[in-house]
Design a protein around this ligand. Structure first.
Ligand code: AMP
Ligand code: FE
Ligand code: FE
Ligand code: ZN
Length: 281
């Protein structure tokens, strides 16, 4: 059993990086990828703990890209990129600056809406690492404005809601170029969040495959067996590696747990070797 999609306190998860391999080991995973949004800062700590536990920690991150459909969002998972010098790593630094500026604008917007969330409170909630909407949501929950993070997104923070403030996203082609330039491989995260009808999803994935996309996250924590099967067929047809992961965020997404997702996650072990085989040499 493996899990190729997890978040720690380095982005918008609630578990420290060292907890991720612990949680993975507890459910019997042999390998786990740490894929914080825009950051590789948790890799060293997580790897140290993974080595003690005798499991494999894959360095990675998750990037938000410009989506082909206005309504959808496109995320790309990155694997085998270490926290060292490199073109993607340089871009990550830039993205963090842009995110910080967006967070200031977000706090101002929420204040304009009469919601009690300041930039400092978001930062505090994030514990000094990459703050984002989930942290604003957590502040709203703590202050009793909403009952859950989900409700905060539905009412205020979700895409197109009154508190939504756009954030710069990478073009998919640029993301893929940078990832390969840093020696890594990419898999399209939770592809159904692009909200594309079947034929367009296939056309988009084919284009991305031609640009160097290696895999598709077919086995995703929140997808039904039918959705997973459909995505597996699509990936196979396009010659993409079938990957998967829980998208564990701890208390920020309480229904998803490392290794098991909502209970039935079963990511094929061979995904890891198949991805590694597609690393640029
Ligand atoms: P940001 O990167 O600041 O734009 O925030 C995006 C993050 O918010 C995503 O990575 C998710 O973890 C989280 N998120 C997005 N939509 C929702 C939602 N509807 N409910 C809960 N969390 C969400
Ligand atoms: Fe997230
Ligand atoms: Fe994502
Ligand atoms: Zn994620």
């Amino acid at each position: 059993m493996i899990d190729l999609h997890t978040h720690s306190t380095v982005s918008d998860g609630s578990d420290a990086p060292r907890r991720i391999p612990e949680l993975a080991a507890e459910v019997g995973c042999s390998a786990v990828a740490l894929t914080d949004h825009d950051r590789l800062d948790g890799v060293e700590e997580a790897r140290g703990r993974a080595e003690e536990l005798g499991i494999n920690l894959i360095a990675g991150c998750e990037l938000s890209c410009v989506s082909p459909a206005a309504a959808g969002s496109m995320h790309v998972l990155v694997y085998f990129v270490e926290p060292v010098e490199g073109p993607l790593q340089d871009k990550l630094m830039e993205l963090q600056t842009v995110r910080d500026e967006r967070n200031r604008a977000l706090a101002t917007r929420l204040e304009d809406l009469g919601l009690p969330v300041t930039y400092d409170e978001m930062q505090e909630e994030a514990g000094g690492s990459g703050a984002g909407r989930p942290h604003a949501a957590a502040v709203l929950v703590r202050k009793g404005v909403v009952r859950s993070v989900t409700e905060a997104f539905e009412r205020w923070l979700g895409d197109g809601r009154p508190g939504y403030v756009e954030r710069t996203r990478l073009e998919p082609a640029e993301a893929l170029r940078l990832i390969r330039g840093s020696g890594g491989v990419a898999s399209a995260a939770h592809p159904l969040s692009m909200k594309l009808p079947g034929a367009e999803l296939e056309a988009t994935m084919r284009e991305l495959a031609e640009l160097g996309l290696a895999g598709m996250e077919c086995v995703y924590g929140r997808y039904s067996p039918e959705e997973r099967e459909g995505l597996v067929d699509l990936a196979r047809g396009l010659g993409l590696v079938v990957t998967g992961g829980s998208d564990h965020h701890g208390t920020y997404k309480p229904d998803l747990r490392v290794g098991v997702g909502q209970g039935d996650l079963d990511v094929p072990d061979q995904a890891l070797e198949q991805l590694a085989a597609r690393c640029p040499s």
